[in-house]
Design a protein. Structure first.
Length: 305
């Protein structure tokens, strides 16, 4: 009788578990969205901002009248006047149309200003936080700029360059650069001391590679929050520049220009000044509330609650 002497097959070497996928980033994004959905203030502010952006994009088609169209038969008409839902100004121009197109201009200036501040401020902040030699020069320059109030810098630059939408956006953006540098520098210093950055340096990674692959992606949340904080400041800055005659020039509509024109008729037609002021307040408040909600949602400590 033959006996089967075959040995059992040798165990194959254990294969390592597959490397984790990038689903972690997706799960983090879903957690942030879930936290935002649980916050009623975040939802309300997001709805206000979404409506404002849609109205700004579609402003030329939504506005019932052209912003410079006059109706001398209905000057300083109160809200509720037939054909003029929010009334008219001293030249008979429709207040609703001018608020819609003025809000569009405010959001344009705010977007351009914040983009300018981020494009210049983020690289300088990363360099200041990562390179000790660059930190000395950039931090001293930042401290010098921060010694001047935000609006003083914006007004001074706008006065030198001239009054226009583009110059107002650049002026406000330059005035916001020091704040962006300080925030990004602080986060870059924190990230530089973490183990995964030290491990990348030990492995021979170059400084630019570490900044691009490790520091900047992990500082994105701070940059986003800073942008939501900078936008309402830019909206208020544009209103102040236009109010002083250094921003958007007539006949182009601007919320700040509407306030400047309405101040002499404040006793007779208060709505002409109150309504643009309410529009500025709603835009700035919505961005501030959403920025605070986004900061709380991106906070890692929130996952423990």
């Amino acid at each position: 009788m033959s006996v089967d002497t075959a040995l059992p097959p040798a165990a194959s070497p254990a294969t390592p578990d597959p490397a984790p996928t990038t689903g972690g980033e997706a799960s983090q994004g879903s957690r942030v969205l879930r936290r935002l959905r649980r916050n009623p203030l975040a939802i309300v502010s997001f709805v206000v901002l979404a409506v404002a952006v849609v109205v700004a994009v579609l402003a030329p088609w939504i506005a019932p009248y052209a912003p410079e169209q006059t109706d001398f038969a209905n000057t300083l008409a109160p809200p509720g006047t037939p054909g003029h839902l929010l009334g008219t100004d001293d030249l008979g121009r429709d207040v609703l149309s001018r608020i819609i197109l003025g809000s569009r201009a405010s959001l344009q200036v705010a977007a351009l200003a914040v983009f300018t501040a981020l494009v210049i401020g983020v690289p300088l902040g990363l360099a200041a936080g990562y390179f000790r030699a660059a930190d000395t020069v950039i931090s001293r320059l930042t401290d010098l700029l921060l010694a001047f109030p935000f609006l003083i810098l914006a007004v001074g630059f706008a006065a030198i360059r001239g009054a226009s939408l583009g110059n107002a956006a650049v002026a406000i953006g330059i005035a916001q650069i020091p704040g962006v540098i300080r925030v990004v520098r602080s986060d870059a210093l924190r990230l530089k001391g973490l183990d995964f950055v030290a491990a990348a340096v030990v492995d021979g990674a170059s400084d630019l590679w570490v900044l691009r692959r490790h520091i900047l992606p992990n500082a994105t949340s701070v940059v986003l929050v800073q942008a939501t904080v900078a936008i309402p400041a830019a909206i208020l800055g544009e209103a102040v520049l236009s109010f002083l005659g250094l921003g958007i020039q007539p006949p182009s509509p601007s919320l700040g220009t509407m306030l400047a024109n309405a101040q002499q008729f404040a006793a007779r037609a208060p709505w002409a000044a109150v309504l643009p002021g309410v529009a500025i307040m709603l835009l700035a408040l919505a961005f501030n509330v959403f920025g605070d909600s986004l900061r709380d949602a991106l906070d890692p400590k929130a996952s423990r609650r």
